[in-house]
Design a binder for this molecule. Sequence first.
Ligand code: R2B
Ligand code: URA
Length: 311
Amino acid sequence: MASSGSQTKTRGNHSGHFVQPANPNVATMPEDVLYHLSLSTSTHDLPAMFGDVKFVCVGGSPTRMEAFAKYMAKELGLDHPGAEYPNICAGTDRYAMFKVGPVLSVSHGIGIPSTSVMLHEVIKLLYHARCSDVTVIRIGTSGGIGLEPGSVVVTQQAVDASFSPMFEQMVLGKRVVQRTDLDQELAKELMQCATDLPEFPTVLAKTMCTSDFYEGQGRLDGALCSYTEKDKQDYLRAAHAAGIRNIEMESSVLAAMCSACGIPVAVVCVTLLNRLDGDQVSSPHDVLVKYQQRPQRLVSHFIKKSLSTVW
Ligand code: R2B
Ligand code: URA
C-alpha cells in the first residue's frame, strides 16, 4: 500500500501516543480473534497491514465508506489507473473496511450496539498493529433541528435523549454511565477547515444520540407513535433551546469509547432534513448523495491539512 510520504501533525500532547485498549486482559491473550472483522493476530500481520494508520473514518454505510476511501485516494494523490480498493473484511458481511495510505475507512452499521462492536475490535486492531497518534472521525448523516437541510454539524458534545452528556450501558447487570466528551481542539480544527468550504453551512453544536430512528427521535411516522404532534414539537424545541442542532444514533458510544482509550474523536454529520418541518427523508436521491459528500469533503480537507503539517 502506498504511503503519503508526509508527516502527520500531532495533536496537543498526543505525539507518540500508542493506541491502548482500556482493558489489561488484551495484552495477555495469546491470540485475539477480531471475529466481526474477520481478522486475527495469528492469521494476519496486523502491524504490516495497519501500522501506518493515523485516521480512522467511520460511517454507517459500507458503500459510502468505500466511496470515501476512493475519494481520499484521489485527494491524497494515491489513486492511479487500475487501482483497487479491496474490502479488508471480505471474510464477513458485518462491516466493510478500506485502507488508503494512513486513512482507514470503516462502516459501523446503524446504532450504538453495532458501532460498539466495531469499535471494540478496531481499537484492539490499532493496538495490535502498534498504531500511534490516531484520530477517529465519524462522517455521517443526521436529522437537523432548525437548520437548513444539507447543513453540516461538527459535534461539540454528544448528549442522550434527555439532553445529558452521558452514555449508559448495562454491565454485569448494573447501569454504568460514561461521559460523552469529544476532542474540543479537533472540533475547532474541523471548524477552521469549514471556513475554506463556504459552499455549505457548517455549525459547531450539540448532537443528540438516540437508540431508535422513529419514536426515539420523536417521529410521527413510525409503526408506533405514543404522543401528539404538539408533544413532538415541544420536545424538539426544548432540544433546540438546549443547544442541540442534530440527532443521530452513534455519537455517544463513539465519544465514550474513544475517550476512555485516550483516542481523539470527532463527529461530523450532514443534516438530511429539518425535523421541525417533518419526519420523512424524502429529498431526491441525487440531493441526498450530494449532502452525504459534505462531511467527506470537510474531513478530507482536514486530513490533507493535517498531513501537510501546516495550519
Ligand atoms: C444516521 O442515519 C442512520 C439512520 O438512518 C443512523 O446510523 C444515523 O446515526
Ligand atoms: N439519521 C438519523 O438518525 N435521523 C435522521 O433524522 C436522519 C438521519
